[in-house]
Design a protein around this ligand. Structure first.
Ligand code: C5P
Length: 300
Protein backbone atom coordinates (compact mmCIF):
# COMPACT_ATOMS: atom_id res chain seq x y z
CA UNK A 1 0.00 0.00 0.00
CA UNK A 2 1.85 3.12 -1.19
CA UNK A 3 -1.27 5.09 -2.06
CA UNK A 4 -1.60 8.75 -1.27
CA UNK A 5 -5.07 9.78 -0.11
CA UNK A 6 -6.65 13.18 -0.30
CA UNK A 7 -9.60 14.05 1.93
CA UNK A 8 -11.50 17.17 2.76
CA UNK A 9 -12.44 18.03 6.32
CA UNK A 10 -15.52 20.28 6.39
CA UNK A 11 -16.45 22.89 8.98
CA UNK A 12 -19.77 22.66 10.83
CA UNK A 13 -22.41 24.90 12.29
CA UNK A 14 -24.92 23.98 14.99
CA UNK A 15 -28.56 24.34 13.98
CA UNK A 16 -29.25 23.83 17.69
CA UNK A 17 -27.13 23.55 20.83
CA UNK A 18 -28.97 22.90 24.09
CA UNK A 19 -27.72 21.90 27.52
CA UNK A 20 -30.00 19.75 29.68
CA UNK A 21 -27.92 19.41 32.87
CA UNK A 22 -24.46 18.83 34.32
CA UNK A 23 -23.57 15.13 34.32
CA UNK A 24 -21.92 13.19 37.15
CA UNK A 25 -18.67 13.16 35.07
CA UNK A 26 -18.65 16.98 35.00
CA UNK A 27 -19.53 17.24 31.30
CA UNK A 28 -22.81 18.80 30.16
CA UNK A 29 -25.59 16.65 28.76
CA UNK A 30 -26.27 18.04 25.28
CA UNK A 31 -28.90 17.98 22.60
CA UNK A 32 -27.64 19.42 19.34
CA UNK A 33 -28.20 19.18 15.60
CA UNK A 34 -25.10 19.77 13.52
CA UNK A 35 -24.50 20.45 9.85
CA UNK A 36 -21.35 20.23 7.76
CA UNK A 37 -20.77 23.22 5.42
CA UNK A 38 -18.58 23.62 2.36
CA UNK A 39 -15.68 25.46 3.99
CA UNK A 40 -13.01 22.75 4.10
CA UNK A 41 -9.49 21.91 5.23
CA UNK A 42 -7.60 19.68 2.80
CA UNK A 43 -5.72 16.68 4.12
CA UNK A 44 -3.24 14.52 2.23
CA UNK A 45 -2.06 11.26 3.79
CA UNK A 46 1.10 9.49 2.66
CA UNK A 47 2.64 6.34 4.10
CA UNK A 48 5.58 7.05 6.42
CA UNK A 49 7.53 5.40 9.22
CA UNK A 50 6.31 7.74 11.99
CA UNK A 51 3.32 10.04 12.47
CA UNK A 52 4.36 13.45 11.09
CA UNK A 53 2.30 16.56 10.30
CA UNK A 54 2.98 19.60 8.10
CA UNK A 55 0.51 22.47 8.35
CA UNK A 56 0.10 25.10 5.63
CA UNK A 57 -2.70 27.29 4.28
CA UNK A 58 -4.33 30.66 4.98
CA UNK A 59 -5.46 29.76 8.53
CA UNK A 60 -2.32 27.87 9.64
CA UNK A 61 -0.72 30.65 11.74
CA UNK A 62 -2.41 30.00 15.14
CA UNK A 63 -1.36 26.33 15.00
CA UNK A 64 2.34 27.26 14.80
CA UNK A 65 2.15 28.25 18.49
CA UNK A 66 1.73 24.68 19.75
CA UNK A 67 3.86 21.57 19.09
CA UNK A 68 2.81 19.72 15.92
CA UNK A 69 2.33 16.41 17.76
CA UNK A 70 -0.36 18.04 19.94
CA UNK A 71 -2.48 18.67 16.82
CA UNK A 72 -5.70 16.66 17.05
CA UNK A 73 -4.99 15.19 13.58
CA UNK A 74 -1.74 13.63 14.90
CA UNK A 75 -3.43 12.45 18.06
CA UNK A 76 -6.11 10.81 15.91
CA UNK A 77 -3.44 8.83 14.05
CA UNK A 78 -1.87 7.82 17.39
CA UNK A 79 -5.21 6.74 18.85
CA UNK A 80 -5.97 4.62 15.78
CA UNK A 81 -2.53 3.00 15.94
CA UNK A 82 -3.09 2.10 19.58
CA UNK A 83 -6.63 0.82 19.03
CA UNK A 84 -5.69 -1.47 16.12
CA UNK A 85 -2.08 -2.28 17.05
CA UNK A 86 -0.74 -0.70 13.85
CA UNK A 87 3.02 -0.18 13.48
CA UNK A 88 2.93 1.99 10.39
CA UNK A 89 3.11 5.80 10.38
CA UNK A 90 1.73 8.53 8.18
CA UNK A 91 2.79 11.90 6.84
CA UNK A 92 -0.19 14.24 7.24
CA UNK A 93 -0.22 17.38 5.07
CA UNK A 94 -2.91 19.68 6.47
CA UNK A 95 -3.96 22.71 4.43
CA UNK A 96 -5.79 24.83 6.99
CA UNK A 97 -8.63 26.92 5.54
CA UNK A 98 -11.09 26.76 8.44
CA UNK A 99 -10.39 29.49 11.03
CA UNK A 100 -8.94 27.95 14.21
CA UNK A 101 -10.89 27.98 17.52
CA UNK A 102 -13.72 29.82 15.79
CA UNK A 103 -16.59 27.52 16.77
CA UNK A 104 -16.57 25.80 13.38
CA UNK A 105 -15.15 22.43 14.49
CA UNK A 106 -12.10 22.50 12.19
CA UNK A 107 -9.70 20.60 14.47
CA UNK A 108 -12.28 17.91 15.25
CA UNK A 109 -13.05 17.57 11.54
CA UNK A 110 -9.36 17.15 10.71
CA UNK A 111 -9.11 14.39 13.32
CA UNK A 112 -12.13 12.53 11.91
CA UNK A 113 -10.81 12.87 8.32
CA UNK A 114 -7.48 11.35 9.43
CA UNK A 115 -9.35 8.43 11.02
CA UNK A 116 -11.39 7.84 7.84
CA UNK A 117 -8.33 8.11 5.63
CA UNK A 118 -6.08 5.88 7.73
CA UNK A 119 -8.81 3.27 7.90
CA UNK A 120 -8.22 2.93 4.14
CA UNK A 121 -4.49 3.61 3.99
CA UNK A 122 -3.78 1.07 6.73
CA UNK A 123 -6.47 -1.30 5.46
CA UNK A 124 -8.14 -1.64 8.87
CA UNK A 125 -11.68 -2.39 7.72
CA UNK A 126 -13.12 -0.54 10.73
CA UNK A 127 -16.83 0.34 10.66
CA UNK A 128 -17.97 3.93 10.98
CA UNK A 129 -19.15 3.14 14.51
CA UNK A 130 -15.69 1.84 15.46
CA UNK A 131 -14.07 4.97 14.04
CA UNK A 132 -16.55 7.12 15.97
CA UNK A 133 -15.54 5.20 19.12
CA UNK A 134 -11.88 6.12 18.55
CA UNK A 135 -12.97 9.70 17.70
CA UNK A 136 -14.77 9.97 21.06
CA UNK A 137 -11.47 9.41 22.90
CA UNK A 138 -10.21 12.65 21.27
CA UNK A 139 -13.09 14.93 22.32
CA UNK A 140 -16.84 15.45 22.18
CA UNK A 141 -16.97 16.82 18.60
CA UNK A 142 -14.85 14.42 16.46
CA UNK A 143 -17.44 11.57 16.33
CA UNK A 144 -19.92 13.80 14.45
CA UNK A 145 -17.38 14.36 11.66
CA UNK A 146 -17.01 10.61 11.11
CA UNK A 147 -20.61 10.79 9.83
CA UNK A 148 -20.87 14.36 8.50
CA UNK A 149 -23.95 15.82 6.79
CA UNK A 150 -26.77 16.56 9.22
CA UNK A 151 -26.81 14.69 12.55
CA UNK A 152 -28.42 14.85 16.01
CA UNK A 153 -26.05 14.67 18.98
CA UNK A 154 -26.67 13.64 22.57
CA UNK A 155 -24.64 12.62 25.62
CA UNK A 156 -21.60 14.88 25.89
CA UNK A 157 -21.80 15.17 22.10
CA UNK A 158 -20.29 11.79 21.27
CA UNK A 159 -23.59 10.00 20.58
CA UNK A 160 -24.40 10.66 16.93
CA UNK A 161 -27.63 9.94 15.09
CA UNK A 162 -27.12 10.56 11.36
CA UNK A 163 -30.17 12.35 9.88
CA UNK A 164 -31.21 12.89 6.26
CA UNK A 165 -29.46 15.92 4.72
CA UNK A 166 -31.22 19.07 5.94
CA UNK A 167 -32.95 21.38 3.50
CA UNK A 168 -31.56 24.83 4.23
CA UNK A 169 -30.63 28.01 2.40
CA UNK A 170 -27.08 29.27 1.92
CA UNK A 171 -25.34 30.58 5.00
CA UNK A 172 -23.35 33.76 5.63
CA UNK A 173 -20.55 32.97 8.07
CA UNK A 174 -18.90 35.77 10.05
CA UNK A 175 -15.55 35.06 11.73
CA UNK A 176 -13.44 37.41 13.85
CA UNK A 177 -9.97 38.20 12.45
CA UNK A 178 -8.19 35.89 14.92
CA UNK A 179 -10.07 34.00 17.60
CA UNK A 180 -7.02 32.38 19.17
CA UNK A 181 -8.21 31.11 22.57
CA UNK A 182 -8.07 27.36 22.25
CA UNK A 183 -9.52 26.54 25.68
CA UNK A 184 -12.56 28.76 25.07
CA UNK A 185 -15.16 25.95 25.01
CA UNK A 186 -14.60 24.94 28.63
CA UNK A 187 -15.10 28.53 29.87
CA UNK A 188 -18.27 28.90 27.79
CA UNK A 189 -19.70 25.75 29.41
CA UNK A 190 -18.63 26.92 32.88
CA UNK A 191 -20.45 30.24 32.39
CA UNK A 192 -23.82 28.52 31.87
CA UNK A 193 -26.19 28.56 34.84
CA UNK A 194 -29.07 26.13 35.50
CA UNK A 195 -31.72 28.69 34.46
CA UNK A 196 -30.25 28.45 30.93
CA UNK A 197 -30.69 24.69 30.74
CA UNK A 198 -33.50 23.45 28.50
CA UNK A 199 -35.31 20.22 27.69
CA UNK A 200 -33.99 19.73 24.15
CA UNK A 201 -37.20 20.90 22.46
CA UNK A 202 -35.47 22.93 19.75
CA UNK A 203 -33.33 19.92 18.76
CA UNK A 204 -36.39 17.65 18.68
CA UNK A 205 -38.13 20.23 16.47
CA UNK A 206 -35.22 20.54 14.03
CA UNK A 207 -34.90 16.74 13.86
CA UNK A 208 -38.59 16.46 12.93
CA UNK A 209 -38.31 19.26 10.36
CA UNK A 210 -35.29 17.55 8.79
CA UNK A 211 -37.06 14.16 8.65
CA UNK A 212 -40.09 15.84 7.05
CA UNK A 213 -37.85 17.43 4.39
CA UNK A 214 -39.02 20.95 5.30
CA UNK A 215 -36.60 23.88 5.00
CA UNK A 216 -35.05 25.16 8.23
CA UNK A 217 -35.89 28.72 9.26
CA UNK A 218 -34.46 31.20 11.75
CA UNK A 219 -37.16 30.47 14.30
CA UNK A 220 -36.16 26.77 14.38
CA UNK A 221 -32.59 27.52 15.51
CA UNK A 222 -31.34 27.87 19.08
CA UNK A 223 -27.92 28.07 20.76
CA UNK A 224 -27.68 28.27 24.56
CA UNK A 225 -24.21 29.86 24.36
CA UNK A 226 -25.80 33.07 23.03
CA UNK A 227 -26.80 33.66 26.66
CA UNK A 228 -23.15 34.03 27.71
CA UNK A 229 -21.55 35.74 24.68
CA UNK A 230 -22.09 39.25 26.11
CA UNK A 231 -19.81 38.35 29.05
CA UNK A 232 -17.22 36.11 27.37
CA UNK A 233 -17.21 37.22 23.72
CA UNK A 234 -18.23 40.90 23.81
CA UNK A 235 -17.09 41.63 20.24
CA UNK A 236 -19.29 38.84 18.93
CA UNK A 237 -22.24 39.95 21.09
CA UNK A 238 -21.86 43.55 19.85
CA UNK A 239 -21.68 42.54 16.20
CA UNK A 240 -24.72 40.26 16.52
CA UNK A 241 -26.66 43.02 18.28
CA UNK A 242 -25.74 45.54 15.56
CA UNK A 243 -27.01 43.15 12.88
CA UNK A 244 -30.24 42.57 14.82
CA UNK A 245 -30.74 46.34 14.86
CA UNK A 246 -30.50 46.20 11.05
CA UNK A 247 -33.27 43.57 10.97
CA UNK A 248 -31.06 40.46 10.56
CA UNK A 249 -31.14 37.25 12.64
CA UNK A 250 -27.60 36.12 13.51
CA UNK A 251 -26.94 32.78 15.25
CA UNK A 252 -23.83 31.85 17.23
CA UNK A 253 -21.69 29.11 15.61
CA UNK A 254 -21.02 26.39 18.20
CA UNK A 255 -19.34 27.97 21.24
CA UNK A 256 -18.42 31.04 19.12
CA UNK A 257 -16.88 33.46 18.48
CA UNK A 258 -18.07 33.06 14.86
CA UNK A 259 -21.71 33.50 13.98
CA UNK A 260 -23.87 32.86 10.94
CA UNK A 261 -27.03 34.04 9.20
CA UNK A 262 -29.40 32.17 6.89
CA UNK A 263 -29.47 33.66 3.40
CA UNK A 264 -32.86 32.83 1.89
CA UNK A 265 -31.91 34.78 -1.25
CA UNK A 266 -28.29 35.42 -2.16
CA UNK A 267 -29.20 38.86 -3.56
CA UNK A 268 -28.97 40.26 -0.01
CA UNK A 269 -25.47 38.80 0.42
CA UNK A 270 -23.26 41.71 -0.76
CA UNK A 271 -24.98 44.27 1.50
CA UNK A 272 -24.90 41.91 4.48
CA UNK A 273 -21.24 41.10 3.78
CA UNK A 274 -20.48 44.84 3.82
CA UNK A 275 -22.17 45.27 7.22
CA UNK A 276 -20.25 42.28 8.63
CA UNK A 277 -16.93 43.65 7.35
CA UNK A 278 -17.63 47.06 8.90
CA UNK A 279 -18.17 45.29 12.25
CA UNK A 280 -14.65 43.83 12.00
CA UNK A 281 -15.67 40.29 11.03
CA UNK A 282 -14.86 38.35 7.86
CA UNK A 283 -17.94 37.37 5.82
CA UNK A 284 -18.06 34.11 3.80
CA UNK A 285 -20.99 32.53 1.98
CA UNK A 286 -21.10 28.75 2.48
CA UNK A 287 -23.62 26.03 1.68
CA UNK A 288 -24.81 23.10 3.75
CA UNK A 289 -22.76 20.06 2.73
CA UNK A 290 -24.48 16.71 2.23
CA UNK A 291 -23.19 13.58 3.97
CA UNK A 292 -21.99 12.14 0.68
CA UNK A 293 -20.02 15.31 -0.17
CA UNK A 294 -18.67 15.56 3.39
CA UNK A 295 -17.14 12.08 3.21
CA UNK A 296 -15.36 12.11 -0.16
CA UNK A 297 -11.90 10.53 -0.27
CA UNK A 298 -9.74 10.40 -3.39
CA UNK A 299 -6.50 8.72 -4.33
CA UNK A 300 -4.14 11.61 -5.03
O1 C5P B 1 -14.82 17.15 24.86
P1 C5P B 1 -13.98 18.35 24.60
O2 C5P B 1 -12.55 18.15 25.01
O3 C5P B 1 -14.12 18.84 23.21
O4 C5P B 1 -14.57 19.51 25.51
C1 C5P B 1 -13.83 20.63 25.92
C2 C5P B 1 -14.35 21.09 27.27
O5 C5P B 1 -15.70 21.56 27.15
C3 C5P B 1 -14.41 19.98 28.31
O6 C5P B 1 -13.21 19.88 29.01
C4 C5P B 1 -15.55 20.43 29.21
O7 C5P B 1 -15.07 21.37 30.13
C5 C5P B 1 -16.48 21.14 28.26
N1 C5P B 1 -17.60 20.29 27.81
C6 C5P B 1 -18.68 20.11 28.64
N2 C5P B 1 -19.73 19.33 28.22
C7 C5P B 1 -19.72 18.77 26.98
C8 C5P B 1 -18.63 18.96 26.11
C9 C5P B 1 -17.59 19.74 26.56
O8 C5P B 1 -18.71 20.61 29.77
N3 C5P B 1 -20.77 18.04 26.59
Amino acid sequence: MTDTLRLTAPAKINWTLEVLRVRPDGYHELRSVLQTVDLRDIITLRPARDVIIEVSGPEAAPLAESPPESNLACRAAGALRDRFGVRRGVRIALEKRIPVAAGLGGGSSDAAAVLRGLNRLWDLGASREELAGVAATLGSDPPFFVFGGTAALSGRGEQVEPLPDAVAPSIMLATPPSSGRLEKTASMFRALTPDMYGDGDASIGVRETVFAGRALRDEDLHNVFERVTATLQPNTARAMEALRALGHTPHLAGAGPSFFLLLPGERAAPTLAGSIRRLGFQPRVVRPLSRRAALTTRKA
